[in-house]
Design a protein around this ligand. Structure first.
Ligand code: SAM
Length: 232
C-alpha cells in the first residue's frame, strides 16, 4: 500500500491523514527498520507492506470505536508499538500505556517515543496479567493485536477496563464460541464482531468490541501458570 492508497483507505475509516501524520509515520518506519536489524521487532520491513499490515491495520480499530471520545488506551503485548503508537499519532490526546513482556521491545519504544516527541505515553515492561493485578479498572479502552487466543486475552485485559468501557481484540479469524465461558466469568459482553478483509492482500481480519458490564471478580487475573493450564 503506497502513501496515496494509504491516505485513501484511512479516509474510508473516517480519519483524515495530514502531511504531519505522514512525517511521523515515516520517522517511525525508519526507526523500525533500523532497529529491526539489531533486535527482532517484526518480519515485515518493506515500506508499503508496513503501511498496510502495521499502520493501516492498526487504524482499523476505528471501525468499532471513536477514539476522539475516549481518554485512555492500554495496548497489551504491543511489540513494536502496534496498534498503540499508530493510534497515538492519529489521536494525540490519548493517554497511552504500552505493555510488553519483552524488555527489548520496550527499549525500542522508548526510542520511538523520544524521537517522535510523543507526550503522555507510559511504557511498561511486564506481563499483562501481572500489570492488571495492580491497575484494575484504569482504562477506557484496552486493546491487543495478535497476542493470545481470545479466552486468554480476556483474562489479561478485562480487569484493566473501567466498568461499562471496552476491550477491543484485533484478530485474524476468531471463533467466539470458544470464549463464551471467559466472557461469562469475567463480565464481558460482545457488542460488535466486525469481520473484514485487509485491502490489497485480502486476508481475514476480525475486530471484537467487548463491553465490561460489571467489575471483574477479584480472583482474576490468575497467575500465568494457571491461565495456561486451565484457560477459561
Ligand atoms: N501487538 C503487536 C503487533 O500486532 O504487531 C505484537 C504482536 S507479537 C506477535 C506478541 C507480543 O505480545 C510480543 O511482543 C510478546 O512479547 C507480547 N506478549 C505475549 N504475551 C504477553 C503477556 N502476557 N503480557 C505482555 N506481553 C505479552
Amino acid at each position: 500500500m503506497n502513501n496515496t492508497d494509504f491516505i485513501k483507505a484511512v479516509a474510508e475509516l473516517g480519519i483524515t491523514v495530514t502531511q504531519e501524520h505522514i512525517n511521523f509515520l515515516e520517522k517511525y518506519y525508519k526507526l523500525l527498520v533500523e532497529w529491526n536489524e539489531k533486535i527482532n521487532l517484526t518480519a515485515i520491513t518493506d515500506h508499503d507492506e508496513v503501511y498496510l499490515k502495521h499502520f493501516y491495520d492498526s487504524l482499523t480499530l476505528s471501525r468499532v470505536v471513536d477514539l476522539k471520545n475516549e481518554q485512555s488506551l492500554c495496548d497489551i503485548g504491543t511489540g513494536a508499538g502496534f496498534p498503540g503508537i499508530v493510534l497515538k499519532i492519529f489521536f494525540p490526546h490519548l493517554k497511552l500505556t504500552l505493555v510488553d513482556a519483552l524488555n527489548k521491545r520496550i527499549k525500542f519504544l522508548e526510542i520511538v517515543v523520544k524521537e517522535l516527541d510523543l507526550k503522555q505515553v507510559f511504557l511498561i515492561h511486564a506481563r499483562a496479567e501481572e500489570y492488571a493485578l495492580k491497575n484494575k479498572e484504569k482504562f477506557d479502552i484496552v486493546t491487543a493485536r495478535a497476542v493470545a487466543s481470545l479466552n486468554i486475552l480476556l483474562e489479561y485485559s478485562l480487569p484493566l477496563v473501567k466498568v461499562n468501557k471496552y476491550f477491543i481484540a484485533m484478530k485474524g479469524k476468531e471463533d467466539l464460541d470458544q470464549s463464551k465461558n471467559a466472557l461469562l466469568l469475567l463480565n464481558g459482553k460482545v457488542l460488535k464482531n466486525c469481520e473484514f478483509l485487509l485491502p490489497v492482500e485480502n486476508s481475514q481480519r476480525t475486530i471484537i468490541k467487548i463491553q465490561k458490564t460489571s467489575s471483574t471478580p477479584s480472583k482474576y487475573p490468575r497467575r500465568y501458570a494457571d491461565i495456561k493450564k486451565r484457560p477459561l
